[in-house]
Design a protein around this ligand. Structure first.
Ligand code: J2J
Length: 549
């Protein structure tokens, strides 16, 4: 039941018609969109990055990107990838990432975006839930054998028929396939599946359509003032929704700008690219912004081309916000977004006070925003709080999903009856329309921008023979904002060591950022009042305890 339901929950016909009439949805697919960009910006540089095939830096023009995408599409189709099929993509920030994406889109396939950090248990979940027909990955990268991992996932998940290894000879052949005309997919249908941060259980899959996503991309490019001579640096994992679309890779391409892929996010690597490529814009998470602020004080690199640093994914505190412009010599732009859709930006001409203290205002006038009673998980869009009070953020609009992929049961609580998405974020709305994120009501830990679902990690801990019960909570951390602490009740007589439990979780095949930063053994969990305490209440009590001592 948990994994059944429709692939896609359409917007009501009236809303869809309105978004089309307003020009938000233009009936264009990613494939035809790229063709248009190639015509407009043919000789300009589209992508700069390290090739997985050669390990060398490559530069591809818009015309070359377009041609590569056509060949890849024909290659995927010739190897049996059919329109509508899902393909799990797990690629680091290599140059091939961009043409592979468009190749899959032109073949009508739906990429499912895994992060390079994901490991066996997560990949199996994504591949099986999406019934992926294939996996696209690399070989050995950063001391991890991605190809071997993909093959072992393919062995376990029946629908996966093929593994494509970017950088292999076999893949070079696929990429050289003679282009051919392929049917253009339906622009109103899902184009790919993004991952949710997750709260209950495993990450949900998010179906985004060509129409809705391209709208958010065009508007993001405009709001961030990207131009053909802009250079956007990707330092976060390219598959994440933020560097993909806020304004990210796609926003930069929309403006005819250059996308530079950094293999790593550290200041040394990134600053060298800022200098050599004349980077004008970059998007980072707060801990990275803090590290860059420190590094900028002693760098010999010329960062003078940098115009805008976007900071988001987690709350950028006021102190950090104030340091960015003086340290990096660029404008701060706060961004608060979610893979489900809705994105807020501070505007480049907003007064400083709003840029420093808020997370911005929505992309679209058609984003419907409601701040409702935070104490009622079933609050409707009508249960709004007094103006200026903090409340739970609900939203509905032209680029926010109406339902997760094959998750009918979860959708019943994640959305209101009238289609508002419960973001789980606790916000305060300013009279200007800007929001300030002040906390959350969802069961999720935001570890420096990486989202951890407590239940998923608790389930891994509880698989250990020495563990009776476990609760994962977020504790304040000066650098990450939050880090994770697992409270564990051992079974009678057992005394599993912290290091052993952390290793155990890691070896179950999960992303490193989900391994508890700390494990604390406790004889029993506190009880609250009468009866059995829910995990939710328990986490709240433990988080309080952690805070107070
Ligand atoms: C506080 N919390 C924030 C912010 C996201 C652009 C930017 C970020 C994401 C993203 C994205 C926050 N302050 N500035 O997809 O396109 C937390 C909220 C939100 C959740 C979504 C984009 N920016 N958050 O982070 O799907 O809790 O998307 O609901 O990974 O991150 O996480 P995710």
């Amino acid at each position: 039941a948990a994994s059944s339901g429709p692939d896609f929950t359409p917007w009501p016909a009236e809303e869809a018609a309105r978004y089309r009439a307003l020009g938000h949805w233009r009936g264009q697919t990613f494939g035809t969109w790229l063709s248009g960009l190639a015509a407009a910006y043919a000789g300009r540089t589209a992508v700069v990055g390290v090739s997985a095939a050669t390990g060398e830096q490559v530069r591809w023009t818009y015309a070359e990107l377009d041609e590569r995408a056509h060949r890849l599409a024909a290659g995927f189709a010739a190897r049996g990838i059919e329109a509508g099929e899902r393909v799990l993509v797990q690629l680091p920030n290599v140059a091939e990432y961009v043409p592979v994406l468009f190749g899959l889109w032109r073949a009508g396939a739906l990429p499912v975006f895994a992060l390079p950090a994901h490991r066996h248990s997560e990949l199996v979940h994504f591949a099986s839930h999406a019934e992926a027909a294939a996996i696209v990955t690399v070989g050995e990268h950063e001391r991890h054998d991605y190809a071997a991992e993909a093959h072992s996932v393919a062995d376990e998940v029946a629908p996966v028929r093929r593994v494509f290894v970017v950088g292999s000879d076999e893949f070079a052949e696929l990429a050289a396939t003679e282009p051919r005309e392929l049917p253009d997919p339906d622009p109103g249908a899902p184009a790919f599946l993004q991952l949710s941060g997750g709260s209950t259980g495993m990450s949900k899959l998010i179906p985004r359509t060509h129409d809705d996503y391209l709208y958010s991309v065009r508007e993001s490019a405009r709001i961030c003032r990207l131009r053909p001579d802009s250079v956007y640096l990707v330092v976060l994992p390219a598959a994440h929704n933020y560097p993909m679309s806020s304004p990210g890779i796609l926003g930069a391409l929309h403006a005819g700008s250059t996308v530079v892929l950094s293999p790593r996010p550290d200041a040394d690597t990134a600053f060298a690219l800022v200098e050599s490529e004349g980077v004008t814009m970059c998007g980072v998470v707060p801990p990275l912004a803090a590290a860059w602020v420190q590094a900028a004080a002693r760098t010999t690199r010329d960062l003078s081309t940098l115009e805008v640093l976007l900071v988001g994914g987690a709350k950028c505190g006021r102190e950090l916000a104030e340091r960015i412009e003086p340290a990096l010599g660029c404008r701060l732009q706060q961004v608060f977004g979610m893979a489900e859709g809705l994105v807020f930006y501070t505007r480049l001409d907003d007064p400083d006070e709003l840029v420093l203290s808020t997370q911005g205002r929505p992309i679209s006038l058609d984003d419907e925003i409601r701040v409702v009673n935070p104490d009622d998980p079933e609050a409707s869009a009508a249960d709004v709080v007094e103006p200026g009070q903090a409340g739970a953020l609900l939203t509905r609009g032209p680029y926010t999903i109406r339902g997760y992929y094959r998750a009918a049961e979860h959708n019943a609580t994640a959305f209101t009856a009238d289609g508002f998405y419960r973001t789980g974020d606790l916000v305060r709305l300013h009279p200007s329309g800007h929001v300030e994120v002040v906390g959350r009501v969802k069961e999720q830990i935001n570890r420096g921008g990486e989202k951890v679902a407590p239940e998923e990690v608790e389930n891994h801990l509880m698989a250990h023979s020495g563990v009776l019960d476990a609760a994962l909570v977020g504790v304040a951390d000066a650098f990450l904002g939050e880090r994770t602490c697992a409270y564990v009740v051992p079974v009678d007589g057992a005394e599993p060591a912290e290091a052993e439990l952390r290793r155990f979780v890691r070896e179950r095949g999960v992303a490193a950022y989900k391994v508890p930063d700390r494990v604390v053994l406790t004889a029993e969990f506190p009880t609250t009042g009468v009866g059995k305490t829910s995990k939710r209440e328990l986490r709240a009590v433990l988080a309080d305890q952690a805070k107070n001592g």
